[in-house]
Design a protein around this ligand. Sequence first.
Ligand SMILES: [Zn+2]
Length: 85
Amino acid sequence: MATIANQPRCDVCGNKLVKNGKTGAGRTRWRCKNCGASSTVTRPDITAKKQFTGFHRWATGKQSITELGTPRSTFHRTTAWCWQV
Ligand SMILES: [Zn+2]
């Protein structure tokens, strides 16, 4: 069994994290058995999808950046990677 899917690692020491209940927001809370650090893992796929949707909407010219409801500087920062797609 070499699957590492859905098994985040500790930012601090790189150890595997174990599930440690949930946060108030319903996210799984993770805890490192080695150093005791706890973290919640943001789902980069979901965040990226949201960013790319906004980027795509803007790039196809139907909406201006201001209409997307995101500050211009934030928009450029969060969608800079989209240009590489
Ligand atoms: Zn750790």
